[in-house]
Design a protein around this ligand. Structure first.
Ligand code: NAD
Length: 336
């Protein structure tokens, strides 16, 4: 089938083309992001393939539907950028990549923690400038620290398993607890308030939903330990950036590691190094020595891209053949 692939980068083409060799779908690549202003580029394609920052609101979906698009294929797990209710009303099928290497994201979260706890980002620059002083680089052991994990699904569980190796105490919170988490060494489920009160490090691994929007706000911060380390590799809007900046200024937050940012769609996945970045909140974040930001790269491993491409192509083939697709997202009011 003919599919317009939006927000495509060289690596998307490389991995999708390799996965598509046997299937033979006609993939038309566009660098631009999909939104209402670019939707007509889909032309006569039956499907669009999109990523995390493409905007699939009612307006965009209506334009796509009018042009004859039948399938929205997300090449990511999260689907907070799709108006599922509008898609259902327009009769559009929405599929995603339900799972791919959870190790990619979990390992990146560990990398952010170690960078912040041992100040690798500062050490890297110092050594390159011939500065071998250790002043200001004092870190702390992860061993015996308490780590709070919000969301113990695929990624949260791998993250927890890795932290067992460091000898951490693990506190989990999930609206749908699983049986495996409490079986890990030194792990137990607690209430969200207990997790906030007892954790030295808190890492977010839950989806962005209306009920998790700004989950970490000023009120949540007030319940945390002074000097808490916060890690967000899930979705930017899980945390209130303004509250984070206040918390960093007051010292309430000891360090902040982000792979996602609530206004990232106009920043990430592009080279803006010759431009003046207009987002003052984002720029303020970068001024703190105890903040590290990566540009939504947690998923970016060879294994993950191979699996994302394979599932995406399989989703297209299932839809074209009229087979039930195991990765279809059906609209329910809760998921919207
Ligand atoms: P998953 O569905 O396996 O796990 C999510 C868990 O969160 C589930 O156990 C669910 O019950 C729980 N949850 C839902 N609502 C909750 C709430 N209100 N409070 C606490 N827990 C809640 O998903 P996953 O594959 O582990 O992915 C988790 C998230 O990671 C995704 O939603 C996505 O936003 C993000 N992600 C980021 C990247 C990246 O590159 N940075 C890549 C992939 C996924």
């Amino acid at each position: 089938m003919k599919v317009a692939v939006f927000s495509s980068k060289s690596y998307d083409r490389q991995f999708l083309d390799a996965a598509n060799r046997a299937a033979g779908h006609e993939l038309i690549y566009y660098d631009v992001k999909l939104d209402a202003s670019t939707a007509t580029l889909a032309g006569d394609a039956q499907g669009v393939c999109v990523f995390v920052n493409d905007v699939l609101d009612r307006e965009t979906l209506t334009i796509l539907h009018r042009q004859g698009v039948k399938l929205i294929a997300l090449r990511c797990t999260g689907f907070n950028n799709v108006d599922l209710q509008a898609a259902a009303e327009l009769g559009l099928t929405v599929v995603r990549v339900t799972a791919y290497s959870p190790y990619s994201v979990a390992e990146h979260a560990i990398g952010l923690i170690l960078t912040l706890s041992r100040k690798y980002h500062r050490a890297y620059n110092r050594v390159r400038e011939g500065n071998f002083s250790l002043e200001g680089l004092l870190g702390f052991d992860l061993h015996a620290r308490t780590v709070g994990i919000i969301g113990t699904g695929k990624i949260g569980m791998v993250f927890a398993e890795i932290l067992q190796g460091f000898g951490c105490r693990l506190l989990g919170y999930d609206v749908y607890p699983n049986d495996r988490f409490p079986q890990l060494k030194n792990a137990r489920y607690v209430t969200l308030d207990e997790l906030y009160a007892q954790s030295d490090i808190i890492s977010l691994h839950c989806p962005l939903l209306p009920e998790t929007y700004h989950l970490i706000d000023q009120r949540a911060l007030d319940k945390m330990k002074p000097g808490v380390i916060l890690i967000n590799v899930s979705r930017g809007a899980l945390i209130d950036t303004r509250a984070m900046i206040d918390g960093l200024k007051s010292g309430k937050i000891g360090a902040l590691g982000l792979d996602v940012y609530e206004e990232e769609e106009n920043l990430f996945f592009q080279d803006l190094s010759m431009q003046i970045i207009q987002d003052d909140l984002f720029q303020r974040l970068l001024t703190f020595p105890n903040v590290i930001v990566t540009g939504h790269q947690a998923f970016f491993t060879q294994e993950a891209l191979t699996e994302i491409a394979a599932t995406t192509i399989a989703n297209l083939s299932d839809f074209e053949a009229g087979r039930p697709c195991p990765h279809e997202i059906r609209y329910t009011p809760r998921a919207a």
